[in-house]
Design a protein around this ligand. Structure first.
Ligand code: 8OZ
Length: 367
């Protein structure tokens, strides 16, 4: 039976172990440019089987928080080049997470101060972060405008262009499409946020259309075996909800099964919170079974609140990869700590978002 330390193939990606660093927003990239400390931060964690970068905006329109990185300009790609080089020098593998926030944004973060875009003009009851006089400040998200159908091909194209930039220019080993946590693609999937009456709203097939078009375009741009996708069937993050998530997500994974991807990354329960949500039940085994029965062969990655016993059991019982979030922030040598049964440092919540080296590159290792 496999353990967390057995290598695994995820599409084109040969991974040295099954311990993955989850994508983690850190807000340390002013002007959307990753700094040198970002290269240090990821390289410190290169013992992971796979590093997934923090969510990274595919365009200015796709940005929703202060000081998150981007993938759309020369300076930003040059910043990421230093990150991938540092990780590769330590024998690591790294993919970047392609992010369009949709309605989870603020006019101050949008091109020309415009309204954020969404499937429908419904405000998300959630907050975002602006930097006011150097101080991170939580603010309500702005009222969005509904995207016109004729804008959607441009969005698909922008995802593909960002993916190409990431792999061909910045040197990433692949990309992860952020289809989770109430951002643009998840907003389209779920009927709480998608009230459209065109080909992109209404039926499950229609609501899944944009996510599947994006996935196909990204896979065609960089190679199907270099693409993962993250989904969160029932998370309440960023005010999303669906009236029937089980059939919705089973449809989505059956379609993804046709695409020969690297991995499917599932957030179980509430992102960063409880793994079970009493009023939002979901059968994750049935989801995986639907994917496998449809011929899907990508690695199956699970995430959310995994401790060591839970992770060991998951891998023993057939999940291929386990993504750890906060434990990887607090433990640059998490892989070694797991191998040696050493205790894990606790994360400092005060330094999660924004700032510099403190709480970023200065967590102690066992040495
Ligand atoms: C925490 C803070 C801001 C953004 C996600 C990209 O939840 C995020 C995020 C997390 O996927």
């Amino acid at each position: 039976m496999p353990t967390l330390f057995d290598p695994v193939q995820a599409g084109d990606l040969h991974l040295k172990n099954r311990i993955v660093m989850a994508p983690l927003t850190r807000n340390r990239s002013p002007n959307a440019i990753p700094r040198d400390i970002t290269a240090t931060y990821y390289a410190q964690r290169a013992d992971a089987g796979l590093l997934i970068t923090e969510a990274t905006a595919i365009s200015h329109q796709g940005q929703g928080y202060a000081d998150v990185p981007g993938l759309y300009g020369t300076e930003q790609l040059d910043g990421w080049k230093k990150v991938t080089a540092a990780v590769h020098a330590k024998g690591g593998k790294i993919v970047t997470q392609l992010w369009h926030v949709g309605r989870v944004s603020h006019t101050e973060l949008q091109p020309e101060g415009g309204a954020p875009v969404a499937p429908s003009a419904i405000t998300a009851k959630t907050k975002t972060v602006l930097i006011k006089d150097g101080v991170p400040t939580f603010v309500e998200t702005s009222h969005p405008r509904a995207l016109r159908a004729d804008e959607l091909p441009g969005i698909v194209h922008t995802y593909a262009a960002a993916a190409r930039n990431a792999v061909e220019t910045a040197g990433f080993d692949g990309v992860e499409i952020h289809g989770a946590n109430g951002y643009l693609l998840d907003q389209f999937l779920k009927d709480g946020s998608n009230h459209r009456t065109d080909d992109y709203g209404g039926s499950i097939e229609n609501r899944a259309r944009l996510l599947l078009e994006v996935t196909r375009a990204v896979a065609d741009a960089v190679g199907h075996g270099k693409v993962g996708i993250r989904l969160s069937p029932v998370t309440p993050a960023n005010d999303v909800v669906d009236s029937a998530p089980q059939p919705l997500f089973e449809y989505v994974v059956k379609q993804l099964a046709q695409l020969g991807l690297a991995y499917i990354h599932i957030i179980e329960g509430a992102t960063g919170g409880p793994r079970e949500i009493p009023d939002r039940p979901f059968d994750y085994d049935a989801l995986k079974q639907a994917y496998r029965e449809a011929g899907g062969r990508a690695a199956w990655m699970v995430n959310n609140g995994y401790d060591l016993p839970l992770a060991e059991t998951a891998v023993k019982e057939g999940d291929d990869l386990v993504a750890f979030g906060k434990p990887f922030i607090a433990n640059p040598d998490l892989v070694r700590r797991i191998r040696e049964g050493a205790p894990w440092n606790e994360v400092d919540k005060a330094t999660l978002y924004g700032g510099g080296e403190k709480g970023y590159t200065d967590y102690p290792t066992l040495d």
